[in-house]
Design a protein around this ligand. Structure first.
Ligand code: BGC
Length: 733
């Protein structure tokens, strides 16, 4: 008691010297101290327990203080009802924290994350998260299981749809904007959601691209490729992280002291809490790490997981381990402290409820839809545009055939994790075009075939419509359920009969504009020669059809750039731009080097690639200071000119290669980018700055160091950029 009083005195004295934020933080810690001292062991474990949905038994547990968090509860009234049990009927009146997968929108569904990453527009992505937070918080959700910041180099893995692609630098930038977007400037803001960076960590490294599969990577790859977006999320203030399903080199991510206790809570000084993924603690039994759930709970807790999602592993029986000394109680107290800290910061003790009327004026507002349309059109990537067939020359077109199983599909555009998104809110490609072209061009439409099912019975009627038209828009690809969790594929071509349909349409000789809808890179080698233009539209959310009409009709000049490589064949996977050079880089003229007999090493479409209706030329690359100390910034300027006939936006990309280092380095790595909009004929000098501290690597002892020596910088419109110059980093004097 005396020690508590004395420490309170110190705290009060300290408070006099501190700023308001620090004072608030100290105040929260004091409240937690007071609360913790009143909690039984079972109540502590209750705070560390999360379940999905509700029933009479769970409600009794909330009343008993045995559940501190719920997920998947729908609607303001229901959230308030359950909150009331916690706040008014439990002994300590600690509010619930209610989570949900608000991934790319709550009711106003935005493009899937892989799609919106192709906009490279961190400000607009942040705004999308802001809107999602506003809608979700209005119905009483406090916490989103987003952003998903897993780097993915394998398009067979269905969850590639949920992240920002293959690059750690871009992934980190997008992670930051999503955390800031969801959480706003303060978690206490009634329009903020607590963010949860997931799935910690290396989940995307699954062998064979098969979900939940084994991951075996070096600590170097872990630190260089998979950790940076998580670190960025933590530095941006993410209040929680989710521990993943996979193992990493023999140690499951949900019982991994290196990644959780040492790196996250030690090196990064993370003050939020870690929730397990769904039963990922319970799955330690399948991993063969624990013989029973309680033992699994003990291992995870010691490793650094604070809350158990649907695992039945954090139970009051853990007290036996505390008594025997097998579980230091400090880990339990620390976990509870972290969870309570976020409940306080969210203002849940003062404002546990939401206003049930609020959501009526918040969901699907006009400005939300406008932002969804803007982000959707910026996410579209123009992969091919032969003979400048796009934008459609509406003056000369009388009839357009819109063909394919996805042309009028209002489900696929919602993509994976659509939260409360509804198919009836979706503008399909056909309806978007109809609206845009009404009274101007005649549209004929036909499905032609199903997305996945066999059967060519409807080919003929589709072909008849094609014959009557001047140009064909084919809308092909994957349904929503073909990407996302547990949706991996071993073949990445167009599913079902779609390629056959495309072939039949191509035989008519009509020009084909192929509009692709998919949640991952597809292998398009067989498809590419058949289409005059290819427009990658992913799953773009409720405004899908309007965004596609904007691009096809030239109301928006496409500016999206791929954030993941499109392989030429499945056998090339993994194929990514920031690979190593190897001791024997590919040399087509000779035999004994690193290549295939039957396919080039390069992807069909590389990272950073995307066309526009105009063209940009780069020249005059200059480095302001070619001898740099580690404390300085590399400053690179380049002149970018719009040499086409219309305004457009270019994503200027900067890549760096460390030419000689103490460990092998990638052939190039993205270190900067900027979107620039130029009118026809306009030229602008773009300057990009890279702190030299970001040019380091993990040396042979896994210490991060910037090594003196020569580097090469490349600037251009995709990862094959050729314009380059060199500079030197010099040792500190
Ligand atoms: C997924 C997570 C998700 C969680 C809760 C899990 O199956 O892996 O991404 O947040 O379910 O819905």
């Amino acid at each position: 008691m005396h020690t508590i009083k004395r420490s309170m005195l110190v705290v009060t004295l300290l408070a006099g010297w501190l700023g308001s934020q620090e004072r608030e933080a100290l105040g929260i810690e004091q409240k937690i101290d007071a609360l913790l001292s009143r909690m039984t062991f079972a109540e502590k474990i209750g705070q560390m327990t999360q379940f999905s949905g509700t029933d009479a038994r769970k409600e009794e547990q909330i009343r008993a203080g045995a559940i501190g968090s719920l997920l998947n509860v729908i609607g303001a009234a229901e959230n308030n009802r359950l909150q009331k049990i916690a706040v008014e009927e439990s002994r300590l009146k600690i509010p619930l924290i209610i989570g949900n997968d608000v991934i790319h929108g709550y009711r106003t569904i935005f493009p899937i994350p892989l799609a919106w990453s192709a906009s490279w527009d961190t400000a607009l992505i942040r705004q999308a998260a802001r809107i999602a937070a506003k809608e979700a918080r209005a119905v009483g959700i406090h916490w989103t299981f987003a952003p998903m910041v897993d780097i993915a180099r394998d398009p067979r893995w269905g969850r590639i749809a949920e992240g920002a692609g293959e690059d750690p630098f871009l992934g980190a930038a997008i992670a930051r904007s999503l955390v800031c977007g969801f959480q706003g400037s303060s978690l206490a803001d009634p329009q903020a959601l607590l963010a949860c960076a997931k799935h910690y960590v290396a989940y995307g490294g699954a062998e064979g691209g098969r979900d939940y599969n084994t991951v075996d990577i070096s600590e170097r790859t872990l630190r260089e490729i998979y950790l940076p977006p998580f670190e960025a999320a933590v530095r941006a203030g993410a209040g929680s992280l989710m521990s993943a399903f996979n193992e990493i080199g023999g140690i499951p991510a949900s019982a991994n002291p290196l990644t959780l206790r040492q790196i996250l809570k030690g090196e990064w000084a993370f003050t939020g809490f870690v929730v397990s993924d769904w039963n990922s603690i319970g799955e330690l039994l399948n991993h063969g790490l624990a013989a029973n759930r309680i033992e699994a709970g003990r291992q995870s807790l010691i490793a650094g997981v604070d809350m158990d999602m649907e695992g039945l592993c954090f139970t009051p029986e853990l007290e036996e381990f505390v008594k025997s000394g097998a579980l230091p109680e400090k880990y339990v107290d620390d976990a509870v402290r972290r969870i309570l800290r976020m409940k306080y910061r969210l203002g849940l003790f003062e404002n546990p409820y939401t206003d049930p009327e609020l959501s009526k004026n918040v969901l699907m507002q006009a400005d939300h839809l406008a932002a969804a349309r803007e982000l959707a059109r910026r996410s579209i990537v123009l992969l091919k545009n032969e003979k400048n067939i796009l934008p459609l020359n509406l003056e000369n077109l009388k009839t357009i055939a819109v063909i394919g199983p996805l042309a009028d599909d209002n489900n696929a555009p919602l993509g994976t994790w659509r939260c409360q998104g509804r198919p009836e809110d979706v503008v399909t490609v056909l309806s978007g075009l109809r609206q845009r072209l009404a009274g101007k061009v005649k549209l004929l439409s036909a499905k032609g075939c199903d997305i996945q099912k066999a059967g060519q019975a409807h080919f003929q009627s589709a072909i008849e419509k094609v014959r009557q038209s001047d140009v064909v828009i084919m809308v092909l690809g994957e349904g929503a359920e073909m990407s996302g969790e547990a949706a991996c594929r071993s073949e990445l071509g167009l599913p079902g009969e779609q390629l056959n349909l495309l072939r039949r349409v191509a035989e008519t000789g009509k020009p084909i504009v192929l509009v692709l809808m998919n949640g991952r890179p597809l292998v398009l080698s067989a498809v590419e020669p058949l289409a005059t233009a290819i427009v990658e539209t992913w799953h773009l959310g409720v405004q899908h059809g309007n965004a596609v009409a904007d691009v096809l009709c030239g109301d928006y000049n496409p500016s999206g750039k791929l954030t993941v490589s499109f392989p030429r064949s499945v056998g090339q996977i993994p194929v990514y731009y920031n690979h190593k050079n190897t001791g024997r880089p590919a040399n087509p003229g000779s035999k004994y080097n690193s290549k295939y007999l039957d396919v080039d090493n390069s992807p069909l479409y590389p990272f950073g690639y995307g066309n526009s209706y105009t063209r940009f030329e780069y020249s005059g690359l200059k480095i302001a200071n070619t001898r740099l100390q580690t404390s300085e910034d590399l400053r690179v300027s380049v002149s970018v000119k719009n040499v086409g006939k219309q305004a457009g936006t270019e994503v200027v990309q900067l890549y760096v290669q460390d030419l000689v280092a103490s460990v092998t380095r990638p052939v190039r790595e993205l270190k900067g980018f900027q979107r620039v909009t130029l009118s026809a004929g306009q030229q602008e000098t773009v300057t990009l700055r890279v702190p030299v501290t970001q040019l380091g690597c993990y040396d042979i002892n896994l210490q991060y160091r910037v090594e003196p020596g020569e580097f090469r910088v490349y600037v251009g419109g995709d990862s094959r950029a050729e314009l380059s110059a060199t500079f030197n980093v010099v040792a500190a004097q």
